[in-house]
Design a protein around this ligand. Structure first.
Ligand code: SF4
Length: 79
């Protein structure tokens, strides 16, 4: 009998395949660094290069985006 439950990281890979309509190339080229699945999109442990990319991104973009704040229902004043 085939084992039907996948590991969490393989499930993340499947979600990324779903997100890109099955395109492995688009997963490789994914630019949505804010996505929680981004480090694991290749279905394995993130490499140092991926971690460095994320670190660089958040060093340059320390403020959360307005869209994210709006989505979470947090009221932001324009002071
Ligand atoms: S990491 Fe990229 S490909 Fe994977 S779910 Fe997020 S946005 Fe989609």
């Amino acid at each position: 009998m085939k084992f039907l439950i996948k590991t969490p990281i393989k499930s993340i890979r499947e979600k990324c395949l779903d997100c890109t309509a099955g395109s492995r190339k688009e997963i490789r080229l994914c630019t949505v660094i804010q996505c929680a699945l981004y480090p694991y999109r290749f279905g394995k442990r993130p490499t140092k290069a991926i971690l460095d990319t994320i670190k660089d991104y958040y060093e340059k973009n320390s403020e959360p985006t307005r869209g994210l704040l709006d989505r979470k229902g947090i009221v932001v004043s324009d002071d």
